[in-house]
Design a protein around this ligand. Structure first.
Ligand code: NAD
Length: 460
């Protein structure tokens, strides 16, 4: 559904009026377009130490205009804070204030990315179900590391002009130039992460492999996407196809027509299947093997809402939502992992929701199902790691689809603005996060939930 308010304030006069009245002034986000530069200007790398130099050197390898000092640059495309060697909180002052001094020069759609290490025993909340660093560290080190989280999340709320701030957390022993560190850094710098802000991606080990072609990281892979007939699922199927994958698109028989049209458009294979079918996992795997010889990526996107306050909830509303959104994923994963034919480094990406992180009035069933997905992903991660693969979740906030078009108009307007980017996301924003997690470059990212919510301020 079109966001007419965003259209209005996107004009110069509309934007000025909104700011004068103190109203939200969202801007159009910088999204990935093939051929567009990775960042909209030079990249400033702040932070001291040998690892900071290595991070700057890695960025130079992508032909970026990398600076270690802000002199003579009027507009930065991104600022990277290389903070992996912090030993005590006092060391954060220089890079933090250095960032503050250049924030006004950040280009529209610019990026701030921290690269640091996690404090032991503390996950990053909703963004990561992976245990943080296992090794104990000195309290001063832990304090400095966790201070980065507070800094980053606050900066993300202060940015304007569609700019975002996110972080990469490197588990102990992971080198700054590990493929998944660079993969995560590149994703967060690029237009592919337009609606991701205030989040951390934890790189748990050195696994991962940088793609030969950044524009087609799934070349030669086979993917299956459930709930693909429309909305986010259809866009995921498109994005994975554009990234080089051959795709099996799955949806209920009632959605057979749009599913067939999509399969035609993408030269994909359509499978009419209800994901609650007791043999759904076997059927998806079987068809992918029959048509393409293998299955590398599975995206559990099918989902439904049946909203009611708990006091008015009936058994059918509760059970149907849990069955489609959670139990089907559990059963399909068991069958996928038990069967032959999954590729060498399988990737599973599950759709959760910020409702599963923060809860949502009228959505006890939906929030329970989506929180369950977050728990399932964390517990399934070791099973995938044992096969060289990963399983992660993406938790969208408010995304413009038919699902959210059903929300009453006044509530929909409020829901759209309740994030740092002051607008709803688009299906492509979710699809790009799925693509990142499905790609070889994210091989060191496992068991996590990545929020694609514009830094939703509820339950942040
Ligand atoms: P949508 O309702 O537009 O599309 C969902 C698709 O799933 C439909 O094509 C539907 O036919 C299919 N589906 C439903 N039940 C199925 C079943 N039993 N078997 C196979 N297919 C089935 O929804 P959307 O907005 O595109 O959401 C996609 C996913 O993203 C869902 O899991 C949803 O919970 C999640 N999500 C969406 C938002 C949002 O703001 N739109 C926010 C958070 C999470």
């Amino acid at each position: 559904m079109a966001d007419t308010y965003l259209d209005l304030v996107s004009s110069a006069s509309g934007g000025k009026l909104a700011r004068q009245l103190g109203l939200p002034a969202p801007v159009r986000l910088r999204r990935h377009r093939p051929g567009a530069p990775l960042v909209p200007g030079p990249v400033l790398v702040l932070g001291r130490g040998e690892e900071a130099d290595r991070i700057a050197a890695s960025l130079l390898g992508w032909d970026l205009d990398v600076r270690r000092h802000p002199e003579d640059v009027h507009r930065f495309g991104a600022v990277v804070l290389a903070l992996t060697e912090l030993a005590e909180p006092g060391e954060l002052a220089e890079p933090a204030l250095g960032l503050g001094a250049v924030l006004r020069t950040l280009a529209p759609g610019g990026r701030v990315v921290t690269v640091s290490r996690p404090a032991p025993g503390i996950g990053t909340g909703a963004a990561s179900a992976t245990p943080a660093a296992a090794e104990p560290v000195a309290p001063a080190v832990a304090a400095a590391r966790q201070a980065v989280v507070g800094l980053l999340r606050s900066v993300a709320q202060e940015l304007r002009g569609g700019a975002t701030a996110n972080g990469v957390l490197l588990a102990e022993g992971v080198a700054p130039e590990a493929p998944s560190v660079l993969g995560a850094l590149r994703f967060l710098l690029s237009g592919r992460s337009a609606f991701v802000s205030g989040q951390f991606v934890t790189v748990g080990d050195d696994a991962g492999r940088l793609p030969d072609e950044w524009e087609a990281p799934l070349r030669g892979k086979v993917a299956a996407v459930t709930g693909a007939a429309r909305g986010i699922g259809a866009q995921i199927a498109r994005t994975l196809t554009e990234a080089g994958a051959r795709v099996v698109v799955v949806d209920v028989p009632a959605a057979g027509e749009p599913l067939a049209a999509l399969a035609n458009e993408l030269r994909a294979v359509a499978l009419q299947l209800d994901v609650t079918d007791p043999r759904a996992g076997e059927r998806v795997l079987g068809l992918a093997r029959e048509r393409f010889g293998r299955l590398d990526v599975v995206v559990h996107n099918a989902g439904i809402t049946r909203d009611k306050l708990l006091a008015n909830m009936d058994a059918s509303r509760w059970s149907s939502v849990l069955a489609v959104n959670l139990e089907s994923q559990l059963r399909m994963n068991e069958q996928l992992l038990a069967g032959e034919g999954l590729g060498e480094a399988p990737r599973i990406v599950c759709l959760a929701s910020t409702s599963g992180v923060a809860g949502n009035r009228g959505q006890t069933n939906y929030a329970a199902s989506k929180a369950g997905v977050i728990g399932m992903v964390a517990a399934t991660a070791p099973l995938l790691a044992a096969r060289g693969g990963t399983v992660n979740a993406v938790a969208p906030g408010f995304v413009e689809t038919e699902m959210t078009a059903r929300i009453p108009a006044a509530r929909r307007q409020v829901a759209r603005r309740l994030n740092s980017l002051q607008q709803g996301g688009l299906p492509e924003d979710v699809a790009q996060a799925v693509l990142f997690l499905a790609s070889d470059a994210a091989g060191g990212v496992n068991g996590q939930t990545l929020r694609v919510c514009g830094q939703n301020l509820v339950g942040a």
